[in-house]
Design a protein around this ligand. Structure first.
Ligand SMILES: *Cc1c(COP(=O)(O)O)cnc(C)c1O
Length: 228
């Protein structure tokens, strides 16, 4: 699969050195992932617990798996042990459940809080006010088995790049506020935003991680909704 290596090289040319490329491999098989791995790629994104587990078991141990899909409470114990970073903590309830499960597993989960800034009903996440008031409440300070590493967000699925840019800018601004409130500027460093269609804008607006699938692996079958 020479195209995958070439696609990765092309995407990397557009990334500043501080930006981590996450190759979103959901729906793609081991062969595609190994083609990317052969090109030096180590960060991969998955959105389904079962699929993540299967791939993590059979693929090289030095892959860092990023969980980017909606996470149901009853799947936390599957995902937490193999995820390098969980991007999609979309409610306080889920964050507290991840903490509880990780306490029993004696591990610490690195997490991003997902914010909902898009003009779409279907995207999960904290609303901006909800995020800030939750963090201000101090409830997260008591959680010993999760580490808050930053924010994740998605822009609206639109051709209006002005709107997309405004949404990314809002995520960046919220990140700054959240970082002050959480008072761990050494850990709360990441902003995961930008996909195949909008990652260049996301980087201009401050992304530290971009999640790119179809530009690397090709278009997915349309039948599978994205992680929901
Ligand atoms: C599928 C997915 C991506 C990658 O989307 P592409 O448009 O294929 O780059 C990024 N983030 C999330 C949360 C996804 O579900």
């Amino acid at each position: 699969m020479p195209a995958i290596a070439a696609n990765i090289a092309r995407v990397r040319q557009h990334l500043a050195p501080h930006v981590t490329l996450i190759a979103v491999s959901k729906t793609y098989g081991a062969e595609s992932i190994m083609a990317a791995y052969g090109a030096g790629q180590r960060d991969f994104g998955e959105n389904r617990p079962q699929e993540l587990l299967r791939k993590a078991a059979e693929l090289p141990q030095d892959i860092r798996w990023h969980f980017i899909g909606h996470l149901q409470s009853n799947k936390v114990k599957m995902v937490a042990p193999c995820a390098h970073l969980i991007h999609s903590i979309d409610s306080a309830k889920l964050l507290h459940e991840v903490n509880r499960v990780c306490e029993t597993l004696r591990l610490t989960a690195r997490c991003l809080l997902q914010v909902h800034v898009a003009q779409e009903e279907t995207k999960f996440g904290f609303l901006p006010d909800e995020l800030l008031s939750y963090l201000r409440s101090g409830a997260a300070n008591a959680l010993r088995s999760v580490q808050l590493c930053g924010l994740m967000g998605m822009a609206s699925n639109t051709d209006d790049m002005g709107q997309v840019r405004r949404e990314f800018r809002l995520i960046k601004q919220l990140h700054g506020q959240a970082r002050e409130i959480t008072n761990r500027p050494d850990i709360f460093t990441h902003i995961s935003m930008g996909m195949s269609g909008d990652y260049a804008v996301a980087i201009e607006e401050g992304a530290t991680m971009v999640r790119i699938g179809s530009l690397i692996f090709g278009e997915r079958e349309a039948a599978r909704p994205e992680g929901r």
